[in-house]
Design a protein around this ligand. Structure first.
Ligand code: SF4
Length: 401
């Protein structure tokens, strides 16, 4: 069996995580105390994704949310890239723009990313930690083709047709609010806020993309803290017009915030999860033109729509009943993350996950290197943090990246 003292490459890190079951290792940390690290922790905002992280692994929560650690350099993730690009396309359609306009904005987003990477290039080497620029650009261009075909198919068979009875009041508002009884700020970016013309009901739209079953994704969405706790609290706070509420609108969106502030908070009643399954077909030499590719993907979606269980597009509604914190279960979850968001940072308060599968669930966890060194040489932490990580907290400026 491999030991954690001798880890030559990433594959062995995975083996170590699986077989050593580090989560159960309760030996005291012999290395540097946290206050000798080259970075300082901060109080964290409460966000839906950080609630998920805390539940899965509180040590990862500590590194990512309290210390703001991200791997330095440029990394590319198809899931993140398709998610971001398709949000830009979908939001254009909900703002009454054409898909063509959305694609132009998405091209601009890729160009912005390229410029940001070029700005960071040093010494004229065209190499950064992480991935070379041309690989990232090529990946994002392929993702834009897929996202374009996916949203084109969605628009053909589903589309923002509900808008006959609804007004879109905001697209991509980033809201940060403080509520009584909770020490940390609550924050999040809503995709769309709509108001029904007759009933005045306020509805949140939340776009999701998936590589697997849209039906299964819809079921899991209904339990996500964003739908049931975070988003309704944030929107209610904007309606209530309190002084502890900040709203910033993304450059890909807009917001008629005055109209939201005039609404009754109790009119915030539901979230619609707008789920799109990614195409399995790529643009290739089978397609004479890009339009042929769009048609080929749309034909496949049409076939799949004949079977409800394999439907590629699903819109499912999560309804709220009263204030989210009237549900004891939600209040407990919120108080739990509030304690973690403001507590004095101490590694014994933030233990590693009890399931080593969590460390490898979506590829190897980016914090694995720090975890692996804990019991052999935590004195390496300062050097690993300085050499391989940067401190960057989530904010409206980097929320799309
Ligand atoms: S490597 Fe595993 S234990 Fe360490 S932070 Fe990541 S998920 Fe948690």
């Amino acid at each position: 069996m491999k030991t954690v003292d001798n880890i030559p490459d990433g594959r062995d890190l995975i083996c170590a995580a699986k077989y050593e079951n580090l989560a159960n290792d309760t030996r005291p940390n012999p290395g540097v105390p946290l206050d000798l690290l080259p970075i300082m922790p901060k109080r964290a905002d409460i966000r839906s994704s950080s609630m998920g992280t805390l539940q899965k692994c509180s040590r990862r929560y500590m590194w990512e949310e309290r210390y703001g650690l991200r791997r330095a350099g440029n990394y590319y993730s198809e899931a993140l890239s398709v998610g971001t690009l398709s949000h830009i396309l979908l939001n254009s359609l909900y703002m009454g723009e054409s898909l063509h306009t959305g694609v132009q904005k998405a091209v601009g987003y890729i160009a912005d990313k390229e410029r940001a990477i070029l700005d960071q290039l040093s010494g004229g080497t065209k190499t950064l930690p992480g991935m070379p620029l041309d690989k990232i650009t090529k990946g994002m261009q392929a993702d834009l083709s897929k996202s374009h075909a996916m949203v084109n198919g969605w628009n053909k068979f589903i589309g923002p047709r509900e808008l006959a009875d609804w007004d879109v009041l905001a697209v991509e508002p980033y809201i940060r609010a403080k509520i009584p009884g909770i020490s940390a700020y609550i924050a999040g970016e809503l995709d769309i806020v709509m108001r029904h013309r007759r009933t005045q009901e306020l509805r949140i739209f939340d776009h999701k993309t998936t590589a697997k079953s849209a039906v299964q994704r819809a079921i899991s969405c209904a339990w996500e803290p964003a739908s049931t706790i975070i988003y309704p609290i944030l929107l209610r706070e904007v309606c209530a017009g309190g002084s502890n509420v900040e709203v910033t609108v993304s450059k890909y969106g807009f917001g008629d915030l005055e109209e939201i502030r005039l609404s009754d908070p109790s009119n915030v009643t539901s979230t619609v999860h707008n789920i799109l399954r990614k195409p399995t077909i790529s643009f290739c030499n089978k397609d004479k033109t890009f339009d042929d590719y769009l048609d080929r993907v749309a034909d496949r979606y049409e076939q799949d729509m004949k079977d409800p269980l394999s439907a590629p597009f699903v819109q499912s509604i999560t309804k709220y009943h009263g204030h989210p914190l009237e549900l004891e279960e939600n209040a407990v979850k919120l108080r739990e993350i509030d304690r973690a968001a403001v507590a004095k940072v101490d590694i014994h308060r933030f233990p590693r996950t009890m399931s080593s599968d969590t460390c490898t669930a979506y590829g190897l966890c980016p914090l694995a290197e720090l975890c692996m060194t804990q019991n052999v040489a935590a004195t390496q932490w300062p050097a690993i943090i300085t050499g391989k990580f940067e401190q960057e907290y989530r904010s409206p400026d980097n929320i799309l990246t």
